[in-house]
Design a protein around this ligand. Structure first.
Ligand SMILES: [Zn+2]
Length: 400
């Protein structure tokens, strides 16, 4: 078999765990056939191919993996951004009708076609900045029928050639009109919504926002227990504002990831490390909400794998630009360049339970980026410049 594509003369950042660090092959090449990588190695040993691209010594990396987004919603909350910039606090903004609830009305009112069009435009923007696999959470309807509708719209978006989409059911909040009977609302999620999502294969995991103002630890345990019983993976929004002990719960349930972690105790970190749960860092939202930086050094010392995601959402992070998150992670959060790259590749893939994304190796889909620079540090260093730094994005061996 002659490969149909070889990219040669490249600095190949494999992000392979079998190689040390970022798994860099300095004078490397990659062979692709039928959309799948069939060979990675030294340029001197490269096979022949129908088509050969000379990367000119530039960087070739895995396509980026955005493991935490809320990409399906209607409306925007630019007014809240302006209020926050003017020094208004969370409670004042909520009193003025802001917060997650402010997105429920526009999302519920939008037609399927409108939601699919809005989401598709966001996905185009994500691919343009290097994202080839993206997780999308539901969570801006908060009725059983409405959450199912959002996930069906995500399934329509998933028929696009790029990016690859991993759908998640998110128990985001108890909506204002269900506050009086919140236990009945939690039961609906457990007994009606989750079983139907599992039956119709509308999501591969269930995420719960466990924090003050969202779901309690006991409610989170009920919802994630129902998810596990239905055969779905579990994740959580943990300790963004208050540590309720959700890291320990997620560890006990062998969760894929614990996300945010601005507030987390040492026992919580130890539990994540022991259970192999990925810590997902969301620096864009952290900066915009002026929250304290998560305890990177403690996570690092404990050996917790760290991912980085955009948290694309209309309230605290209206951006799908992962290279920009690399910059925030390496400057504001104090992560190393190597940690940041693994955070948007291999570790991000692990956070969504996809073993074949975020690395360049034989038998994984040929999702990769040819950059116009040769140093991995250049990507966060020249922040905001990804449209100049990215030469070509491939998904399944095809240029996007
Ligand atoms: Zn989120």
């Amino acid at each position: 078999m002659t490969p149909d594509l070889v990219i040669r003369n490249a600095r190949v950042l494999t992000c392979e765990p079998s190689r040390s660090g970022l798994g860099l092959i300095d004078h490397g090449a990659i062979a692709v056939h039928d959309g799948v990588i069939v060979w990675v190695g030294s340029d001197d040993d490269r096979p022949g191919a129908t088509r050969v691209i000379d990367a000119g010594g530039k960087l070739v990396t895995p396509g980026l993996v955005d493991c935490h987004t809320h990409a399906i919603f209607a409306g925007d909350r630019a007014n809240e951004f302006a209020m926050r910039a003017a020094g208004k606090g969370y409670l004042e903004i909520a009193a003025a009708g802001g917060g997650i609830s402010a997105t429920l009305g526009p999302t519920r009112a939008a037609t399927d076609q409108a939601l699919i069009a809005l989401t598709s435009a966001r996905l185009d923007a994500a691919v343009a900045t290097g994202t080839t696999t993206i997780e999308i959470k539901s969570g801006y309807d908060l009725t059983v029928a409405g959450e199912l509708r959002l996930l069906r719209c995500v399934a329509v978006c998933a028929q696009r050639p790029a990016p690859r989409i991993v759908p998640t059911l998110l128990a985001h909040l108890v909506p204002p009109d269900r506050k009086a009977d919140r236990s009945a609302f939690v039961l609906e999620i457990c007994d009606r919504l989750i079983p139907e999502v599992a039956r119709a294969r509308l999501a591969t995991s269930v995420d719960v926002y466990c924090d003050e103002g969202a779901f309690t630890l006991a409610e989170t345990r009920s919802i994630l227990g129902a998810a596990r019983s239905a055969g779905l993976a579990v994740r959580g929004h943990v300790g963004q504002f208050t540590d309720l002990g959700a890291a320990e719960l997620l560890s006990e349930l062998s969760a894929l990831s614990a996300d945010h972690l601005e507030q987390i105790s040492d026992p919580g970190i130890d539990a994540l490390a022991a259970a192999g749960v990925v810590a997902v860092m969301l620096p864009g939202a952290c900066v915009q909400l002026r929250l304290p930086v998560p305890p990177i050094e403690r996570l690092r010392r404990a050996g917790v794998p760290m991912a980085i995601a955009s948290d694309l959402n209309p309230g605290s992070s209206f951006s799908s630009d992962l290279p920009l998150q690399l910059w925030l992670a390496t400057t504001h959060f104090g992560m190393t360049v190597e940690e940041a790259w693994l955070g948007v590749t291999r570790h991000a893939a692990r956070a969504i339970g996809v073993a074949t994304a975020g690395r360049l190796a034989s038998n994984v889909p040929a999702d990769m980026i040819v950059w116009s620079c040769d140093d991995p540090a250049t990507v966060p260093y020249q922040y905001g410049a990804s449209r100049i730094l990215i030469d070509t994005v491939f998904v399944g061996g095809l240029e996007t």
